[in-house]
Design a protein around this ligand. Structure first.
Ligand code: AMP
Length: 299
């Protein structure tokens, strides 16, 4: 089964305690697409400017990534600059340039419209809804958002939340949406707003899945060194939805397995800057770490 992703394709400049990089490939759709492509075919919906480097585009070229919906518009590509604190769970956005994304009104290619699995990456919630309007009858819709949209586009965000199956956000975003500090109370509140399930990403502490009936917890894979946490959330979502699309099993057991695959893929992403580590994986690398992950949590 295939997946459609809408999100940003960006040029990121990032500083972490391990180093810094300038104008490297990033964006939620880029991380998601490469992560999910290890499991299932991915149809990308995004926009870049005429300055988008060939080298960055080459990273996205794969037999399982369809770029027909990657539009090139006159102007500059979306840019994000971020700096991480010593505690890598915290980062500051130093600069955000919407550029060509500001006027983007995605028009899905005809052959994308029957895609069963959907991921709405962290773009303007109005654009997320516009993509959903163009899809026939998705089987499962995953959605992410970011503090910028929670603060600035609340009504549009609430509208899209009513339509999603799984909301995938971090602890801080869960607090901002719900106004609750306690993660369990935050989850209960968010589940009344529309999503059938909520996945809360808690950095090095792992992930919690909330549904009205249950809670499931998975730790993060313990790594000795984290170089750059950027894109961990999007590649988690890529591994998660990628596995669901591959297995076509959206039962509680299937979702739990998918969370472990998501955690495994994210653990590779953070080992290097940008998509360097993520793009160099084989399915065998993923399976090996999956087995280690299972043995780590078995008792
Ligand atoms: P994550 O680390 O998973 O939260 O995702 C980071 C990616 O999101 C970076 O590669 C950025 O280019 C992108 N990003 C940051 N802010 C925004 C925004 N407001 N809209 C769309 N993409 C963004």
């Amino acid at each position: 089964m295939s997946i459609v992703v809408v999100g940003s394709v960006a040029l990121d400049s990032i500083e972490t305690p391990s180093g810094r990089v300038a104008e490297v490939l990033g964006g939620s759709a880029a991380y998601f697409a490469v992560a999910a492509s290890y499991f299932a075919p991915v149809n990308v919906v995004a926009v870049v400017g005429e300055d988008f480097p060939e080298e960055a585009k080459a990273t996205l070229i794969s037999p399982t990534i369809n770029l027909d919906g990657l539009e090139v518009h006159p102007g500059r590509t979306f840019r994000w600059t971020g700096r991480y604190h010593e505690n890598l769970n915290m980062r500051d956005t130093l600069d955000l340039q919407m550029n060509v994304v500001a006027d983007f009104a995605p028009q899905l290619p005809e052959h994308y419209r029957q895609t069963p699995f959907v991921f709405l990456g962290n773009i303007d919630p109005g654009l997320q809804s516009r993509v959903l309007d163009q899809l026939a009858q998705p089987r499962l819709i995953g959605c992410d958002t970011i503090s910028h949209w929670i603060e600035n586009e609340r009504p549009a965000l609430e509208a899209v939340l009513k339509r999603v199956d799984v909301l995938i956000i971090n602890n801080e975003e869960a607090q901002m949406i719900s106004g609750e500090h306690n993660v369990v109370r935050a989850a209960r509140q968010i589940l009344t707003m529309g999503p059938k399930m909520l996945l809360v990403k808690r950095g090095e502490y792992g992930v919690l899945l909330f549904s009205p009936q249950s809670v499931f917890a998975v730790p993060a894979y313990p790594l000795e060194e984290v170089s750059d946490p950027t894109g961990a959330g999007d590649s988690f979502a890529g591994g998660f939805l990628g596995y669901l699309a591959e297995s076509n099993d959206v039962s509680e057991a299937g979702l739990r397995k998918a969370i472990v695959y998501g955690s495994v893929v994210a653990s590779f992403t953070v080992e290097d800057f940008s998509l360097r580590r993520l793009q160099s994986l084989t399915r065998d690398d993923i399976e090996q770490r999956y087995r280690l992950f299972v043995s780590l949590t078995k008792f």
